[in-house]
Design a protein around this ligand. Structure first.
Ligand code: ATP
Length: 519
């Protein structure tokens, strides 16, 4: 559920502990652009690895590539981005703030849905065990009225989007009495389309320079290399090509931290299939992707599928996996059935055949495509926000204190173990560094000797380090250390030889991969 206070806490925490900084901060920042700090980059790399390996390493028919950000400008005409990669924008004349008209309407609809949820909660409390949610939703007058409102907004909204009827989009905002959250007024401009692509010039002599675009998605790099990969990899249908890389969009409204950035990273996979098999493969990838998410244990209540209000004209099906971010349920990943649109367009615009010879059918055709597309930064935010816990803990003397802990899955945690000498003398730092050296071959570890051991534990809780290894005087005598578990805070004395195995067992990504169902 939307929780703006939580978002503020997470932004502050992300900065304080070296996860995310505003870009160009000492120059007062650059809007909707962010830098990843020393812990952020580790978490980001681990998320990439979880995605990449689950696609490329665990599927014998998926390979990865890494294509350039700059591409031939014709590509963006062929793909439809020059003509239609735009969002409907609207300005409030009083606050001078700019909004996406579709997002204003979606948020308004979501507010009505939240009222229904509240009605359900209240009734549940009143009736207790007797409560029948299904029956309540079907019969309660107030709920039915609210649902009817949602349905009528959805119908009109979809019609306006599908017919590119910008006037009616505005009228819907007016008729629903949607106000600007800043000025509180309903004084709106007309709705206009705004193209989201950044452009620049290629070439040193400005008169001859060609206008080129910063790619707004990584997918086109995959499509234009379809034949290269298919031929050189001797790939047989069905097969997939995966890519992780930067994308750029001049977003109209870029708020909400790393949820909506102007420079961001995508992890996309295009799965090439035989025409006619799209329904089967769409279902397959829907199931596989939600299972990939759920393996992380971010809370199974936190996901829902949302089918698109407007299908791209070539698409036969499209759904979003939405996640319950601190701003409410929002798109985290898209799964799209794209038909043969992309390859056919590139075939036409480039004049090169982009087909597949199917030996079983003994004919050539342009393959169909199922796409899975997830924002790396949004995934980062999903993990950060759901693993952030403000816990009250009871101390031995009966008093309580609080601790902030990031309960990130150990396989994704930026630092796997901290090695801490109890004191800065008596040979303990030397012993601790010896252990560190051995662990560094396999894990990202940190050595820390400053501050009390309690403070050091708290610092590592705050960045999600699963293990703290403490070296004390006894370690010098019997080769043992204490190992502290981040989640239970239990400490156990173990032989130094066991440390590596314990860390390895808990932080191994295999633990995640094994939980992905229907692989
Ligand atoms: P939205 O409706 O939120 O603008 P979209 O439908 O335009 O997103 P896609 O074009 O399907 O998004 O892009 C695929 C994925 O890329 C999205 O699911 C999202 O995770 C990510 N993404 C898109 N735009 C941004 C952005 N501006 N900042 C961060 N991630 C983004």
């Amino acid at each position: 559920m939307a929780n703006p206070e939580m978002l503020k806490k997470i932004i502050a925490h992300a900065k304080e502990y070296g996860f995310i900084f505003q870009s160009s901060e000492i120059y007062d920042g650059l809007s909707a652009v962010y830098d990843y700090g020393q812990n952020g980059v580790e978490l980001k790399n681990n998320i990439k690895k979880y995605w990449w390996d689950s696609m490329v390493k665990l599927n014998e028919n998926i390979v990865g590539i890494d294509t350039a950000i700059f591409m031939h400008p014709k590509i963006w005409t062929a793909s439809g981005h020059v003509g239609a990669f735009s969002d409907p924008l609207i300005d409030n004349k009083d606050s001078k703030k700019r909004y996406r008209a579709d997002v204003l309407i979606e948020d308004h609809r979501e507010k009505i849905q939240l009222k229904i949820n509240k009605d359900v909660d209240k009734a549940q409390k009143r009736f207790g065990d007797e409560f029948d949610k299904e029956e309540f939703l079907k019969t309660n007058k107030r709920v039915l009225d609210r649902q009817a409102k949602i349905d009528s907004i959805t119908e009109r909204f979809q019609n306006a989007l599908n017919n590119d009827d910008l006037d009616d989009l505005k009228q819907l905002i007016v008729d629903e009495g949607i106000i600007c959250p800043v000025s509180g007024s309903k004084n709106w401009t007309d709705v206009r389309q705004f193209n989201l692509m950044f452009d620049t010039k290629l070439g040193s002599v400005s008169e001859d320079a060609d206008k080129i675009y910063l790619r707004p998605e990584t997918a086109q790099g995959i499509f234009v290399n379809y034949l290269n990969v298919q031929k050189t990899g001797r790939m047989k249908l069905p097969f997939g090509i995966a890519q992780i890389g930067k994308a750029f969009r001049n977003e109209i409204v870029a708020r909400q931290f790393i949820f909506r950035m102007r420079e961001f990273e995508q992890m996309e996979m295009q799965f090439f299939i035989r025409p006619g098999e799209q329904e089967k493969w769409f279902e397959h990838w829907k199931n596989l992707r939600i299972s990939w998410h759920k393996a992380l244990n971010l809370g199974s209540e936190g996901y829902r599928f949302h089918d698109h209000d407007k299908l791209a004209h070539y698409a036969t099906a499209a759904t979003d996996i939405e996640f319950d971010f601190p701003m409410g349920f929002k798109e985290l990943e898209g799964i799209h059935s794209r038909g043969d649109f992309d390859l056919s367009q590139h075939q036409e615009f480039s004049g090169k055949k982009l087909q597949y010879f199917d030996p079983e059918l003994n004919k050539s055709y342009v393959p169909f495509v199922i796409e899975t597309s997830i924002g790396l930064d949004r995934m980062f935010l999903a993990i950060l926000s759901s693993s952030f816990k403000d816990e009250k803990i009871e101390k031995a003397d009966g008093k309580t204190e609080s601790r902030i802990v990031l309960k990130i899955h150990p396989a994704l945690a930026p630092v796997k173990a901290a090695v801490l000498p109890l004191v800065k003398k008596d040979g303990l730092p030397e012993k601790a560094r010896e252990i560190l050296k051995e662990l560094q071959y396999e894990f990202n570890c940190q050595y820390e000797e400053k501050d009390s051991i309690g403070k050091r534990y708290r610092r590592h809780d705050a960045i999600g380090t699963p293990f703290c290894i403490t070296v004390d005087h006894q370690s010098l005598e019997d080769n043992t250390v204490t190992i502290r578990d981040r989640d239970t805070m239990q400490q156990e004395r173990i032989n130094i030889n066991e440390v590596k195995n314990i860390i390895s067992e808990k932080t191994n990504m295999k633990n995640l991969f094994e939980k992905i169902e229907n692989r």
